[in-house]
Write a protein that binds this ligand. Structure first.
Ligand code: ATP
Length: 520
């Protein structure tokens, strides 16, 4: 575990050093859980958005996108239940004076039992080698069964407490399971209290009669209140979806783990409107589709797992998280929720406007049901970065012994810079030729031109920034119009004609290749 934590620390430092993520207002010592995306970070973020947007909007005839305002009429949040129910249960440790989310403490404790089980499996797999039967082991090993029983008992009590909103019981669970504060190590806990996570502000210039409004805590409501407009103007037929990418704000209490939990973050959400009664079918279909979207990136199928919710939000009748194996364990990356007709019905009631769909094939009117896919763009960014960050021993460029190479193995389609172009040396017309190639390729790829330092150093810098390909212009280039193309991951170089570059690199980095995988 300590090793993983070390890697995470290095990753955070690396993200700053190579211009991916800076702390917000760093010169004033930062602002808690708020971050800025830097020159490389914004490119990676835009590429993730492009992958999501194209896979949703361009690849589905029946999904369209919108971009709604962050400020919304305050009644939206009464109707959605956020004013009354968007609460987190908080608990304080009296010794460390730190505040925690009670549900997070309990879930993390449960995860420890799971990790114990996984350790037992690992040990047994090593011991038994090829003869190892995992299923049988899970069903019979005494230590596994004991931990599984603890998980089941804890899950049952926890789910029931969350369903009922029973804060005393949540505290009792923390006491009964002897959950300690990770900072002070003590069990000196206060009562559990509820806290609303929405930021508010005032609309209008005169403070007295200005209306209190909220910064949206999710982008979904902007889609629900536009449902009728989009359905009518887009002549959409059910089933259909509306997608949106945008900022959301939550006054998170436990804001740790870098960009995993921020107070200002970005969501990519798609609400899919379906006929009542068909929602479970669509829920399952979207669960599969979203998992495929993640796996297509090639970041290791074993790094994802599905986790069905024990505690359902007030609007949902089914919910699953897609969890990713972050350096601090498996954690939610995306949520798939069957939201029933809760939101549209509430908006119909609070606005007094009829929100119905007329199905002219069956001649019925109804309020559609909704299946939502909701992914945090920043968490997606973190999953890519933590998968990508690698330290490896390699032979030095000059062949004199070995050295540690830090490389970001970002999937090539998402890499901030696709191509770095170098003249081997800064004279003999090589810079001019390299620049000529840069200007030829800049229309298709985000390229970088670099001429400082030895070629080996330049390769290392680009490896550490995640650039998948480097082109070097040397003296041979001037004679036969060929260059070397170096691959970040294999470090192999091949000689290629300049006129072939566009086509060859396109085949490796073009998002189309990735989108095609979704349809295989
Ligand atoms: P968590 O349980 O981790 O607080 P959540 O279940 O409240 O998350 P949702 O309301 O389902 O999250 O939001 C959908 C997605 O938005 C999440 O899967 C996550 O990727 C992202 N997200 C939510 N809160 C944050 C945050 N504070 N910072 C960054 N991303 C977030």
């Amino acid at each position: 575990m300590a090793k993983q934590e070390d890697i995470f620390k290095k990753l955070v430092a690396h993200a700053k050093e190579y211009g991916f993520i800076f702390q917000s207002s760093e010169i004033y010592d930062g602002l808690g859980a708020v971050y800025d995306y830097a020159q490389k970070g914004v490119e990676l973020k835009n590429n993730i958005k492009e992958y999501w947007w194209k896979s949703m909007v361009y690849m589905h005839e029946n999904i369209v996108g919108i971009d709604s305002a962050i400020f919304m009429h305050p009644t939206v949040w009464k109707a959605s239940g956020h004013v009354d129910a968007f609460n987190d249960p908080l608990i304080d440790n009296k010794d460390s004076k730190k505040r925690y989310r009670a549900d997070v403490l309990i879930e993390e404790h449960r995860e420890k039992y799971q990790q114990k089980i996984e350790k037992e499996v690992e040990k047994a797999a090593q011991r038994f080698g090829e003869k190892f039967d995992k299923e049988q082991f899970l069903a019979t090993n005494a230590r596994v069964l004991e931990n599984q029983q603890k998980i089941d008992e804890l899950t049952e009590r926890y789910a029931s407490a969350m369903q009922k909103g029973d804060l005393d019981e949540l505290r009792q669970i923390i006491l009964d399971y002897e959950i300690t504060d990770p900072v002070s190590g003590t069990k000196n806990w206060t009562d559990v209290r509820q806290f609303n996570l929405m930021f508010d502000t005032k609309l209008g210039s005169v403070t007295d009669d200005a209306a209190k409004i909220y910064l949206r805590p999710e982008t979904a409501q902007g889609i629900f209140v536009n449902y009728l407009n989009v359905q009518k103007t887009g002549r959409m037929k059910i089933p259909f979806g509306i997608a949106q990418i945008g900022k959301a704000f939550r006054n998170e209490i436990v804001a740790r783990q870098f960009i995993f939990r921020m107070r200002e973050f970005e969501q990519m959400e798609m609400q899919f409107f379906v006929k009542p009664g068909t929602e479970m079918e669509w829920f399952n279909a979207w669960r599969e589709k979203r998992l495929r979207w993640h796996k297509a990136l090639g970041m290791g199928d074993g790094n994802y797992r599905l986790h069905d919710h024990d505690k359902l939000a007030h609007y949902a009748n089914a919910a699953t998280d897609i969890e990713y194996n972050f350096p601090f364990g498996f954690k939610e990356l995306e949520g798939i929720h069957s939201r029933t007709d809760f939101d549209l019905k509430q908006h119909q009631e609070f606005s007094g406007k009829k929100i119905q769909y007329f199905d002219n094939e069956t001649n019925e009117s109804y309020i559609p049901y909704v299946v939502e896919t909701s992914i945090g763009l920043d968490r997606m960014f973190l999953s890519v970065l933590s998968h990508a960050y690698t330290e490896e021993e390699v032979v030095k460029e000059d062949g004199s012994g070995s050295e540690t190479r830090v490389v970001l193995r970002i999937p090539a389609f998402l890499a901030p810079v696709k191509l770095a172009i170098f003249p081997l040396i800064k004279k003999d017309g090589l810079p001019e030729k390299a620049r000529e190639i840069y200007h030829q390729l800049k229309y298709n790829f985000n390229c970088e031109y670099e001429e400082k330092d030895t070629i080996g150093r330049r390769y290392r810098r680009q490896d550490a920034a995640g650039t998948p390909y480097c082109i070097t212009v040397d003296h041979q280039t001037l004679q036969d119009n060929t260059v070397t193309l170096r691959d970040r991951d294999t470090m192999l170089q091949e000689r290629i004609a300049i006129e072939q570059l566009d086509k060859i690199v396109s085949g490796k980095v073009n998002i189309r290749t990735l989108l095609n995988k979704l349809e295989e």
